[in-house]
Design a protein around this ligand. Structure first.
Ligand code: FE2
Length: 199
């Protein structure tokens, strides 16, 4: 028997799904569709999950203000995410080589769905990254295919190429193991990442 999903997590997923459904036919769309289909069956609650806030989280409010202003669909996402954010365990990512000394205290990640999230799920991992304005999250790679849904805008790059801008509601599709990095703009960067972990 599956357990009920946290209502604020359910609202974030509903808003994400609606934004994904309205995307044109771009390569990330089938990934989002596959993940949302898998997420129709909730995972199991993670009873060990404990909320955690770190100082950089003070940027969340400003990031969500940018998201809210972008469109009604993003305002719905920002509203749900604003309610969910205090329940998340915001953490620094360890082990990345950052050129920018500000990185350590100017970024945070939190897992919504995954082994260290509010809900464990076999097929999908969903999380969020936060960067203070102008701060770069260094190049990294991972085997699972990934789709970012950009909430508050910023810059991305893939394969050590040129930086490209993504505004609120934009997406980035990372095929397995591609190198990628991101960078906050004038506003804090907030982006949801969705990973396909397999059948
Ligand atoms: Fe990634």
């Amino acid at each position: 028997m599956s357990s009920p999903r946290d209502p604020d997590l359910a609202a974030v997923l509903d808003a994400h799904k609606a934004i994904a459904a309205a995307l044109p036919s771009i390569t990330v769309k089938p990934l989002f569709e596959r993940c949302h289909t898998a997420l129709e069956a909730p995972g199991t609650p993670n009873f060990r999950h404990q909320p955690q806030k770190i100082p950089v989280c003070n940027h969340i409010t400003e990031g969500l203000r940018v998201t809210t202003a972008a469109s009604p669909g993003l305002a719905r996402l920002a509203d749900a995410f604003g309610r969910l954010a205090p329940k998340l365990a915001w953490q620094r990512r360890e082990g990345l080589q950052a050129k920018d000394p500000r990185f350590v205290d100017s970024h945070a990640n939190a897992t919504l769905i995954g082994h260290d999230g509010l809900e464990r799920h076999n097929s999908v991992r969903l999380g969020v990254s936060l960067l203070a304005p102008g701060v770069e999250y260094p190049d990294h790679q991972h085997p699972p295919e990934e789709g970012y849904l950009v909430m508050s805008g910023g810059d991305w790059r893939q394969d050590h190429g040129e930086w490209f801008r993504r505004d609120p509601g934009g997406t980035v599709h990372n095929v397995p193991d591609i190198w990628h990095a991101m960078r906050g703009g004038e506003a804090p960067l907030l982006a949801l990442w969705m990973l396909w972990m397999g059948d």
